[in-house]
Design a protein around this ligand. Structure first.
Ligand code: PEP
Ligand code: MN
Length: 263
């Protein structure tokens, strides 16, 4: 069902009021984690002013260490709903547990399925039973075929509103956090009608590399970008090394314009 052979036209998905796919180019941005109302509001105002239409931010955080900040949970979802309304942005947040499905769907415009849950088939089927848009992130060591089959789970269960996200994979390379696989973007655009979003933040893990790889993502055919930005990157409780300041983010958005127009 996700194949272009079955359905040749680009799928366009409505994330709240933001269309994703087809002729659109969508910028999703915000902090790694929702830390407080003030932090999310200020960051949202900054990224919106630079052109983002979808606000990202985790309320349920899949942290490597159990002692790291785990997110504000439902309280964070409520903050996200309020900030989204106040600033006029659509919203996306990660869902980790089927038990949170109703809350995440109620308070936000789209589900994000994180890399660590790409093959959580119970979760894939659960979001598949809704019509809520889903951004499916590639697993840390998942092949493109495994990624497309994970998307197939959601669509086959009944939810056609799936966006695929390339966020870097594990390789032997240690200079960067992950290796952003842009082959995957061009390949999936050829094989599937679903929108593809590039995440240069997790794809590199390095602030100075986010811009170059964002441009590369546009150039190879992505339908949008998801970028981590924080009102004060040094204070970010998670993924501080890859967060862009408001100035960095605004500069990058200006630099992207010719790439988006050309593609
Ligand atoms: C995130 O978007 O903050 C995140 C945890 O992403 P990933 O699942 O790609 O690691
Ligand atoms: Mn993050």
């Amino acid at each position: 069902l996700v194949s272009r052979e079955i359905y040749p036209h680009d799928t366009v998905i409505d994330v709240g009021n933001t269309p994703v796919g087809g002729d659109q180019f969508t910028i999703m941005a915000g902090p790694c984690a929702i830390e407080s109302y003030e932090q999310l509001l200020e960051t949202a105002q900054q990224v919106k002013a630079s052109g983002a239409t979808v606000l990202r931010g985790g309320a349920f955080k899949p942290r490597t260490s159990p002692y790291s900040f785990q997110g504000l949970g439902v309280e964070g979802l409520k903050i996200m709903e309020q900030v989204g309304k106040e600033v006029g942005m659509d919203t996306i947040t990660e869902i980790m547990d089927v038990n949170d499905l109703d809350d995440v769907a109620r308070y936000t415009s789209a589900f994000q399925i994180g890399a660590r849950n790409m093959q959580n088939y119970t979760l894939l089927k659960a979001v598949g039973e809704t019509k809520h848009p889903v951004l499916l992130k590639r697993g840390l060591s998942a092949t493109i075929e495994e990624l497309l089959l994970a998307a197939e789970y959601i669509v086959a269960t009944g939810n056609p509103n799936v966006m695929i996200c390339e966020r870097g994979i594990r390789t032997f390379e240690t200079a960067t956090r992950n290796t952003l696989d842009l082959n995957a973007v061009a390949f999936i655009k050829e094989k599937s009608h679903l929108p593809v979003i590039v995440d240069p933040s997790h794809g590199t893990g390095v602030r100075t590399l986010v811009g170059p790889m964002a441009k590369a993502g546009v150039a190879c055919g992505a339908d949008g970008l998801i970028i981590e930005s924080h009102r004060n990157p040094r204070e970010s409780v998670s993924d501080a090394a890859q967060a862009l300041s408001a100035d960095d983010f605004s500069q990058l958005m200006q630099q992207l314009v010719p790439f988006i127009k050309a593609s």
